[in-house]
Design a protein around this ligand. Sequence first.
Ligand code: 0RQ
Length: 512
Amino acid sequence: PADRVLCAALRERIMTADQAASLIQSGMTLGMSGFTPAGAPKAVPQALARRIEEQNANGGNFRISLWTGASTSAELDGALAKVHGIERRLPYQSDPTVRKEINEGRMQYVDIHLSHVAQYVWFGFLGHLDVAVIEVAGILPDGRLIPSTSVGNNKTWLEQADKIILEVNSAQPAELEGMHDIYYGAAVPPRRKPIPMEHPFDRIGEPYLHCDMSKVIAVVPTAQRDRLAAFTAPDEDSRRIAEHIIDFLQHEVKVGRLPPELLPLQSGVGNIANAVLAGLNNGPFEHLNAYTEVLQDGMLDMLESGKLDTASTTSLALSPAAMERFLANIEFYRQRIMLRPQEISNHPELIRRMGLISMNALIEADMYGNVNSTHIMGSSIMNGIGGSGDFARNAYLSIFMTPSTAKGGKISCIVPMVSHVDHTEHDVQVIVTEQGLADLRGLAPVQRARLVIEKCVHPDYKDAMTDYLDRALQGAPGKHTPHLLDEAYAWHQRYLKTGTMQPEQQPALRLA
Ligand code: 0RQ
């Protein structure tokens, strides 16, 4: 580790993860690095989990509040949740144990747009930050930090926290140095200035994070790669969704609403998003650029093939195989990938100015085009809103995608009324399922509903949805967005009672 910690003063603060964890007290608020498992601290959170478990086994009630960039890893979120050590958590998460803690009422989860987190901390909306725990790839002689595989909220945590613990990970490539762009020009209102970026690959900041050395209480050497799951090959539904999107984009180019090289792409997380990238990689467009928050394997393929010229992100969320390719070719990627803080990667001003094409997955949408990205059956959290709201509201084109059904057809992902709303009809321009694509731009609610039913709803649910809309048009007091309020959640209720949204099947089976 000595060659990664070049600052003599900070070399003196090198200690073990357990020693560092002993400096954290119950009741503290911790700001940790990590945006996906990329760049999350590997050792201190696990040592802290051991400390919490030990203290609580002896009658203690050791709990902390946790702020991160977005979801993290089993070593961070998973380890702390397993010992019931997290009292309050923000923002996006996707760990099964964290999810369980939240849905069973043991953890307070505050789900915030990812671009809002840093500024809310600066505004003082979220309270005081005690300790920052940040993974870095190295420390320069003057104490500046070489960021790791994600930037997330690290700049804000380092500036706002009273104390700092640094994990210096020598397994992260030294060649990351220079790939980051940390913007130090931000201020809070009324002193805010325009952000000087016009193109996705404009460099507006510095390659290093500043760090007040007097706040550093521990430096912990680690040597462990990020552990990200590999992607499954795109399934048939994802491939069809990708085809519909590519046809649509081609049409938009043809009618002159998009340039031939499109506009900067934002792509969400997960297998559908990866399938869309694979589709674009084999598709007709050249000289694309990405302005996104998570760079997944699919974008690496596109950079390699030359389809994608550049990619700006806050997280390098690569599977182990893709990370090997990245390392083998790092000089190539250094010219083409830039990592920035998440308040910049997700900034509404920049998303609006550059005109992004935003593609995100959803859990359910309703026939009018409202989107639920976060909740199962209205009350259980899945992950969180993440960056989807930052992008959807401000994008040039806001596309939401989903298979038309879930759980082997027992759930229709298009419903009469969403059981929770993250993106209202006003922020949703295009909905696409494997069945087809509904372009909702400029349509009034009933027109939207007819088109969503025609293009997106699974055949098993089409008649029931048409029937609901027709009866709502007759029975609702208003004809603008007709709903039968005593029936709007009948599909959800049927699923909760019988295990399927499908009308007859289940009772008939039971009678037989
Ligand atoms: O559950 O795993 O138990 O089978 O929900 O669904 O189809 O695997 O989809 O992994 O792409 O996730 C919206 C959650 C989609 C994600 C969401 C069940 C389904 C499965 C997951 P099982 P899939 P994905 C930038 C953008 C918000 C943040 C965001 C997400 C599980 O994309 O978190 O967009 N988005 N950020 O069976 C009940 C339904 C269901 C359903 C699916 N209608 N009802 N269960 N499922 N539809 C990136 C970041 O912000 C980091």
